[in-house]
Design a protein around this ligand. Structure first.
Ligand code: PGA
Length: 254
């Protein structure tokens, strides 16, 4: 596992974008696994800049997103702050600014009628695409990877998962509060890639910044591998693993 410690969020974002851009330039039809949340925003902004200013070409790239809230779908008729779907986040923060082809964008469908069927299909599409070359990951303050909340099996596959109270509280503070949506009205379930699925990616790129993540990161990276902290599965990832942190997030590493 390579752990890279940067001075600040901007440097994390530049380093992560460079890893992604290098992959796209060496394998133009690569498959990216993408995450939502505040952590990868800077990385996506830098990728957009490289697309616009340095001809970084996404034409043949395929993307699979990690998760989506259940019961929610993208609704472009609403203003962005009233549409809290992960799909809308990706559209606004990355997809609409680059030349990814629509048919190459895969997103978990929070509105699927038959969720079991959908989840099985999503897994199959990842396999059909040749597997995920590079999976971008954050870490939740409770140690979750995607929405694999504490207690999720470390061999889990794509499925619907109830959200932990801490995740609901964190999402409320980060995203929902400013939309005027109450905690009760927030989604309490999500469809998420499983830990087993994430571990099949060829390269896991985990990003974290800020002191809020320091304690959980030290546990995930250097504590026992446990389903109580699903990101600790990173220690068992059989492929390449890169973790990019700022000094604040790295503060509790031994
Ligand atoms: P964040 O979320 O990037 O908004 O901190 C991370 C996560 O929940 O995985």
């Amino acid at each position: 596992m390579d752990i890279i410690i940067k001075e600040n969020y901007q440097e994390i974002s530049l380093a992560a974008a460079s890893i992604i851009a290098d992959l796209i330039r060496s394998k133009p039809d690569c498959v990216l696994g993408l995450a939502t949340g505040s952590t990868p925003l800077g990385t996506y902004r830098e990728l957009i800049r490289r697309h616009k200013e340095e001809n970084l070409d996404f034409f043949k790239v395929k993307t699979f997103n990690l998760d989506e809230y259940q019961g929610i779908g993208i609704d472009l008729s609403k203003p962005y702050d009233q549409d809290r779907s992960a799909a809308r986040f990706m559209h606004e923060e990355l997809f609409k600014h680059i030349n990814l082809q629509k048919e190459n964008i895969y997103l978990p469908d929070g509105l699927a009628r038959d969720m079991n069927n959908f989840c099985a299909w999503y897994e199959q599409e990842i396999v059909k695409a040749g597997g995920i070359d590079l999976q971008v990951l954050g870490i939740g303050s409770n140690g979750h990877w995607a929405f694999n909340e504490p207690g999720s099996s470390l061999s889990s596959r794509t499925r619907v998962q109830p959200l932990a109270q801490q995740t609901i509280d964190d999402n409320y503070e980060s995203f929902y509060k400013k939309s005027g949506i109450s905690k009760e009205a927030m989604p309490h379930f999500a469809v998420t890639l499983g830990i087993g699925t994430i571990l099949e990616s060829r390269h896991a790129l985990m990003l974290a910044n800020g002191e809020k993540k320091a304690a959980i990161l030290a546990k995930a990276l250097q504590g026992p591998v446990t389903s109580a902290i699903t990101a600790s599965a990173i220690q068992t990832h059989p492929g390449k693993v890169t973790v990019i942190l700022d000094r604040a997030a790295a503060a509790k590493l031994k």
